[in-house]
Ligand binder design. Structure first.
Ligand code: F3S
Length: 283
């Protein structure tokens, strides 16, 4: 089996920065636990490593008064920020600068009287945080069916969840523009994801199967799985090398491997090295 690794240049520095800030805080306050407002990264092995160093997700706020809380790269709504300020001694804001930028576009346009449309998954933490910046002047849409819910007679501003598929965002914004030509549109899709999506599309025609490595909960990794499936390439979604189904995989001559934007390098390397060993054993 030949393994072809996607030259995925887009790296998610947001999650890396959040991890670094959490580890720094853990080092400074070695006697205290450091809390994160939700899991810092969608990768079980990385979470295990953080836990060993005393960095754990915030569960019961009332028990954590006085401790350090890290806001993860997804960011939080202004209301959540106020809550965190109340319950903790120190809040370390690790919101990704790119998410911050989307937050500030939303706040600015909502203040100017625009109604803000966020193209994304309404259940995702980033989108919930973003929506908070619109106050009562915002909504989330995900598909064409949602376009019927757009408010009439309002100036509209459209942004994207940073992990949105470009195809979906552009097809929706085109339709919005047709109906509301004055709409302000901001392509806020992060290029870490953009590059990976493009590279995966280029890789698919050259391989017999694709392995996507990343956390099952990671939105940008899930997006890669969908893209590979849409290209009709057999697709395997693994969190680590232990998830590899070698019995199935050994039937493919050439396998492509791509990690999500937030998948740690070491995790991807372990998958590749196990595949290569299997490939060599089959010769
Ligand atoms: Fe930020 Fe892009 Fe990562 S928005 S959190 S660098 S995927």
């Amino acid at each position: 089996m030949k393994v072809r690794i996607a030259k995925a240049s887009g790296f998610c520095f947001g999650v890396k920065r959040a991890m670094d800030l959490a580890l720094e805080a853990a080092q400074r306050k070695s006697r205290e636990k450091i809390f994160t407002d939700g899991p810092l990264i969608h990768n079980p092995q990385a979470l295990k490593m953080l836990r060993k160093r005393g960095v754990v997700p915030l569960q019961e706020e009332k028990n954590n008064i006085g401790s350090t809380v890290i806001i993860r790269s997804h960011g939080v709504s202004p209301q959540r920020r106020r809550e965190l300020d109340k319950i903790s001694a120190t809040v370390v804001d690790a919101t990704c600068p790119k998410v911050k930028k989307v937050q500030s576009i939303i706040a600015k346009f909502a203040q100017r009287g625009f109604f803000v449309i966020i193209v994304g998954d309404g259940h995702h933490a980033e989108v919930q945080g973003l929506l908070g910046y619109a106050g009562k002047r915002g909504m989330v849409i995900q598909s064409e069916q949602d376009l019927t819910k757009l408010p009439l007679g309002k100036k509209l501003c459209v942004v994207a969840q940073t992990t949105q598929s470009r195809k979906n965002f552009f097809s929706l914004t085109e339709k919005i523009k047709e109906r509301f030509p004055e709409t302000e549109i901001f392509d806020t899709i992060c290029e870490a994801n953009r590059n990976r999506q493009e590279e995966l599309k280029r890789l698919c025609p050259f391989v017999d199967a694709v392995i996507v490595v990343g956390g099952k909960e990671s939105a940008n990794t899930q997006r890669l799985v969908k893209i590979a499936q849409s290209k009709r390439v057999p697709t395997f979604f693994v969190e680590s090398e232990t998830d590899l189904d070698l019995d199935k995989l050994k039937h493919y001559k050439e396998v492509g491997v791509i990690g999500g934007a937030s998948t740690p390098d070491w995790s991807l390397k372990r998958v590749v090295s196990k595949l290569e060993k299997t490939g060599n054993n089959n010769h």
